[in-house]
Design a protein around this ligand. Structure first.
Ligand code: CMP
Length: 138
């Protein structure tokens, strides 16, 4: 089990000025930030990041949405990072996310769901490498 996961604060979270409160929740839950970047995905890069979903009906909208404004990408460290982080953010659909989870508190819809969290150690490594070089993580 690896102790790192990858997250993005999505365009809705950044646009609503939730960067500070969401990062505070992550820190309070014991996650340490080991890499962080404020950036924007082009449609091509967003499409590449979410290429596992390219056959899904929501893919085109997802790519448009994820390239619609700035995001914050980060690598987080904690014991059991992937699983604990998914508990902290709650279900993909904020209407189904448990009370007190980040998506329950800050997300508005299944698409604009405030944050991304890797679903496995393997994907955490792939997604972290998508945004950060070895020299940008600490
Ligand atoms: P995320 O956990 O980043 O992974 C895939 C993303 O697709 C998801 O969050 C949502 O932003 C978006 N999405 C939009 N519609 C759906 C849907 N019906 N099911 C799952 N994900 C969706």
């Amino acid at each position: 089990m690896s102790n790192r996961t990858f997250t993005m604060l999505k365009p809705d979270a950044v646009g609503n000025n939730y960067i500070g409160p969401i990062l505070a929740k992550m820190n309070e839950a014991g996650f340490r930030i080991v890499a962080m970047k404020y950036t924007r995905l082009t449609p091509e890069r967003a499409g590449e990041f979410y290429s596992v979903h390219k056959e899904r009906p929501f893919y085109k909208d997802l790519v448009n949405y994820m390239s619609s404004g700035p995001i914050v990408a980060a690598i987080l460290e904690k014991d059991n990072a992937v699983e604990d982080f998914r508990k902290l953010i709650g279900a993909t659909d904020p209407a189904k996310a448990e009370k007190g989870t980040i998506r329950n508190l800050f997300a508005k819809s299944i698409e604009a769901n405030a944050v991304h969290g890797s679903d496995s150690d393997e994907n955490a490594a792939i997604e972290g490498n998508f945004f950060f070089s070895a020299f940008e993580r600490f």
